[in-house]
Design a protein around this ligand. Structure first.
Ligand SMILES: [Fe+2]
Length: 389
């Protein structure tokens, strides 16, 4: 076995109904906190009223920040200017990936007297954030980005000179994740599908990553298996708590493995496309997953990359009920199953979001292959995105 370093995710409290006692769980952390949530999604949650009543009943004071859409740099800066020097002790995030990322950024940026653009990777003025942060307690309400387990917050500013960049530090991993599948029940089918495809993409990309190790492989393959068992069920019957539990855990695992092993070309596209177009992250990942996998397998065969081929074969075996087939059968089956899932979920091509053939050269130039299992030429990257536009 090769040497590796593994960073575990946050402490995890997992279980149906676990979040109902939120006020008592957070009380030891202090009496004044920042509460970051979505808007309508928050008031639809089963314990919404109970939480607010209990906060007041035990003397917890909070400032409520509502996040709409993916977090923008200007929004984080504006909120932090208001929140600084107010002696908040910790941050509680209740919501989907955008809420998690916004809360992570606010928890970190409230501790420094500066704008977030100075600490975003890839921007000209980038410098490393000192790593100071308020402790963060994360309660995800969608099963997708796994942001409740990662050390980065993705901040976007779409447009001509737009960006989608990460604020990142080892200290930014939330201190506690409370994963309560009952909070996922109100999540609509289309969001469940796109978020679940994001989690599946993260698990597949981390499993096949050049930085994967024994720990990430073990967790990723289990996460993929949970997605195979329950992604469709969770999207089609939102109140199926077993399916919601599987997907909630799969998403958390996807965050843990991506934080350790990194991601591949699909998430390269997620950055490049999102820097130019305002398209949900799960849709970008979902629409490109099948074709990217097909290209990676094709290139791994050309390069005779045995490790990559055996990883993709193993994933194909998780999807299959048939045994005793040869490796090529599982490789073809995997691509077929991913494309079938994308069709069944009606995940549209990028053309449906105003991306045109004129944009594809620029997108492929901006796309980084990260820790993709095989190197891809710009022509191959262009071929992937052309097939899904
Ligand atoms: Fe993702």
């Amino acid at each position: 076995m090769q040497k590796f370093i593994f960073h575990p995710g946050p402490a995890l409290k997992f279980g149906n109904g676990e979040s109902s006692a939120l006020a008592n769980i957070i009380k030891p952390w202090g009496d004044k906190f920042i509460l970051v949530t979505g808007s309508q999604s928050f008031v639809n949650l089963p314990y919404y009223q109970q939480w607010l009543t209990n906060f007041a009943a035990i003397g917890l004071i909070y400032k409520h920040i509502i996040v709409k859409g993916e977090p923008r740099a200007a929004f984080i800066n504006e909120q932090c200017r208001m929140l600084r020097n107010n002696d908040y002790k910790f941050v509680v995030a209740i919501g989907g990936g955008s809420v998690m990322d916004a809360a992570k950024a606010i928890a970190a940026m409230v501790t420094v007297d500066n704008d977030i653009e100075n600490y975003l990777e890839g921007l000209p003025q980038y410098k490393q954030h000192p790593g100071t942060t308020l402790p963060l307690i994360a309660l995800p309400t969608t099963a997708g980005t796994g942001s409740e387990a990662t050390k980065n917050a993705v901040i976007s500013n779409p447009g001509i000179n737009g960006f989608k960049s990460s604020l990142r530090h080892d200290n930014f991993i939330p201190r506690l994740a409370i994963i309560d599948p009952s909070l996922h029940v109100p999540c609509p089918a289309n969001v469940t599908a796109a978020s679940g495809l994001d989690a599946l993409t993260q698990l597949i990309e981390a499993y096949t990553s050049t930085q994967a190790n024994t720990m990430t492989d073990t967790l990723a393959i289990e996460g993929i298996s949970l997605c195979v068992r329950s992604l469709k069920k969770a999207a089609l019957s939102g109140d199926n708590i077993e399916a919601r539990s599987d997907m909630a855990l799969a998403a958390y695992l996807s965050g843990v493995v991506l934080a350790n092993a990194g991601l591949g070309v699909v998430h390269g596209f997620a950055s490049s496309v999102a820097s130019m177009f305002d398209i949900p992250h799960g849709v970008i990942c979902g629409t490109l997953l099948g074709e990217s996998t097909r290209m990676n397998i094709k290139k791994a065969k050309i390069l005779n990359n045995i490790i990559a081929l055996s990883k993709f074969t193993n994933i194909g075996k998780v999807f299959a009920t048939e045994s005793n087939k040869d490796d090529n059968w599982y490789l073809d089956f995997l691509v077929q199953q991913l494309n079938k899932l994308i069709d069944e979920f009606n995940i549209q091509k990028l053309g449906a979001y105003q991306v045109t053939s004129n944009d594809l050269q620029a997108i492929s130039k901006l796309t980084k292959i990260k820790n993709n299992p095989v190197t891809l030429t710009q022509e191959e990257i262009l071929e992937i995105i052309t097939s899904r536009t």
